[in-house]
Design a binder for this molecule. Structure first.
Ligand SMILES: [Zn+2]
Length: 203
């Protein structure tokens, strides 16, 4: 585990998995006009992601809220990148910012929406808040994700939705909830790695 004899790092890099890169052109043509169409894509990417071994069963997209135009697509790449912050939301938001060349996705009155297959964890809650997106659409909010996958989402504020709304981020819930839970259930029943850091000492 010790790499402390390596030179100090000067940057870091994360990359979408090859199967998703190969599909990006076709995804850009996919109709994403409705919340259900957007979440169908997210659930599909989440399912493919864990089966491909890139990371957890999580995906996220950033779209133009009105038209559904795809701005970015992200999946959880914690395992493939070796970076614990590369959750799907952070990956999608960062790729959107990289593409648009700005840290504030709400600049100039842009109305961008982050679509994710469950409630954000504590880190992604903050990342979403600072990103400038004006909307968050989630498949669900509840204990099912943690119970079925074994991931720890951290101590979320009980009034997290109200806190978002107060900051001008609209939250839409329960879009394709059953389909999202089905992905978590399949993941939980598999031998996939759950990489919560608290288990690292056993590795
Ligand atoms: Zn997260």
């Amino acid at each position: 585990m010790s790499r402390l004899d390596a030179p100090l790092a000067t940057g870091f890099h994360a990359e979408l998995p090859p199967w998703l890169v190969a599909d990006l052109d076709s995804l850009a043509d996919r109709p994403l006009g409705t919340p259900e169409e957007r979440m169908d894509l997210v659930n599909e990417l989440a399912d493919r992601n864990w089966r491909a071994g890139n990371g957890g069963p999580f995906a996220a997209i950033v779209v133009d809220a009105a038209s559904g135009a795809l701005v970015s697509a992200g999946v959880n790449v914690v395992l493939s990148s070796g970076l614990s912050s590369c959750h799907a939301e952070v990956t999608a938001l960062t790729l959107a910012q990289a593409r648009l060349g700005r840290w504030d996705l709400g600049a100039g009155g842009a109305d961008l929406e982050l679509v994710v297959n469950w409630r954000p964890c504590v880190m992604c809650y903050g990342a979403t808040m600072w990103s400038g997106v004006r909307r968050l659409t989630i498949a669900g909010d509840g204990p099912e994700c943690e119970e079925l996958t074994g991931f720890d989402e951290g101590p979320m504020h009980p009034d997290w939705v109200a806190e978002f709304e107060r900051r001008g981020i609209r939250v839409v819930q329960d879009v394709r909830r059953d389909e999202a839970i089905a992905v978590f259930r399949e993941y939980g029943a598999s031998d996939a790695v759950v990489y919560n850091a608290r288990g690292a000492s056993e590795a």
